[in-house]
Design a protein around this ligand. Structure first.
Ligand code: NI
Length: 167
């Protein structure tokens, strides 16, 4: 397994819309393993393929306290949503940035697992937030798109400054 490089905002590749996964096989399973390793190492609770510059509809998540409940979602779709919840969200592509985002409180997700088998999951709480946030990534949408342009501009400046300091 290997740790993949995570793109940081405002990298334009974070805006690419991902394409459906059509081939299930060893390459996909190995990518999923690498994405879990990358997410756990960060550490984070969710990671979309877009964030590691792979533009396929695939995400991994684990919102458990002990990081022992890995979920991989291939070609995920939200088929029902209910309620409203507001969470302080962070993102591995925005180190150190947290913003309140309003999303559905409960969602029903249809997806395929690492072997191509279809499943349905009803999620609430942090899992619901996480899956909505990660599916947004697959559509080139970021959590800062939910806040004001002024605040987003400040975050962009801060991130560019951090990247200059790190290089
Ligand atoms: Ni994110």
């Amino acid at each position: 397994m290997s740790i993949l490089n995570i793109l940081n905002f405002p990298d334009p590749r974070l805006r690419i819309k991902a394409k459906p996964v059509e081939i299930f096989g060893d390459a996909l399973r190995s990518l999923i393993d690498d994405m879990f390793e990358t997410m756990y190492a960060a550490p984070g609770v969710g990671l979309a393929a877009t964030q590691v510059d792979i533009h396929k509809r695939l995400l991994v998540a684990d919102v458990s306290e002990d990081q022992d409940a890995p979920h991989a979602f291939v070609n995920p779709r939200i088929v029902a949503r209910d309620g409203v919840s507001v969470h302080d969200e962070g993102c591995l592509s925005f180190p150190g940035i947290y913003e309140q985002v309003e999303r559905a409180g409960q969602v029903t997700i249809e997806a395929q697992d690492r072997n191509g088998n279809s499943f349905t999951l009803e999620a609430e709480g942090l899992m619901a937030v996480c899956v909505q946030h990660e599916i947004d990534h697959l559509n080139g949408k970021l959590f800062v798109d939910y806040i004001s342009e002024l605040k987003r501009g400040r975050i962009r400046k801060k991130m560019l400054k951090l990247q200059r300091q790190a290089s």
